[in-house]
Ligand binder design. Structure first.
Ligand code: FES
Length: 168
């Protein structure tokens, strides 16, 4: 058996190169899907952050009586998942006219509750009061309750998030 010339691969070099190639291929087959899996939340950021929420059939809400509706939305930002709970009051003024208010007090953010005996929303933290349509009427709240943009589709009430700030 003769020694390989300068331009020929030895059997040993060929096996080394083949093993390196096979090792690299196996590494790529295992590594690339793993990297893609780890990065996938970044590519899906905000995917669950819907801007609208269905409040159900409008007929479920009695006319003239604020009716509470609670729900939670999950916001996904990369690996971070944040659950935000919303509380709102649906005030149906007539068969087709409806307004929806946030239950977050505009003073320091406590949750207001409806008190039918005095027809006020009351913030328990500093005794802030709001009237039926969310206007601030006594206590420290500086402005009315925030309000959601709504629409009615096929008899269902839809609210757009987030609520907008009312100034008067
Ligand atoms: S937080 Fe509502 S009155 Fe202060």
């Amino acid at each position: 058996m003769s020694a390989p010339s300068k331009n020929q691969l030895s059997r040993r070099d060929f096996i080394k190169a083949a093993l390196a190639g096979i090792g690299g291929l196996i590494g790529a087959l295992v590594g690339l899907p793993s990297v893609a899996y780890l990065l996938s939340p970044v590519w899906q950021a905000g995917a669950e952050d819907d801007a609208v929420v269905s409040l159900g059939a409008l007929d479920n809400y009695p006319i003239g009586i604020p009716t509470r509706f609670d729900f939670t939305r999950t916001r996904v930002n990369g690996w971070e998942r944040t659950a935000v709970s919303y509380g709102l009051y649906v005030v149906r003024k007539s068969e087709s006219e409806v307004r929806v208010f946030s239950d977050i007090c505009t003073h320091l953010g406590c949750r207001v509750t409806w008190h039918p005996d005095i027809q006020h929303y009351i913030s328990p933290c500093h005794d802030g009061h709001f009237d039926l349509l969310g206007k601030n009427i006594s206590g420290p709240p500086p402005r009315p309750l925030d309000e959601f943009v709504t629409k009615i589709e096929n008899g269902n009430l839809i609210a757009t998030l987030p609520p907008f700030k009312r100034t008067g």
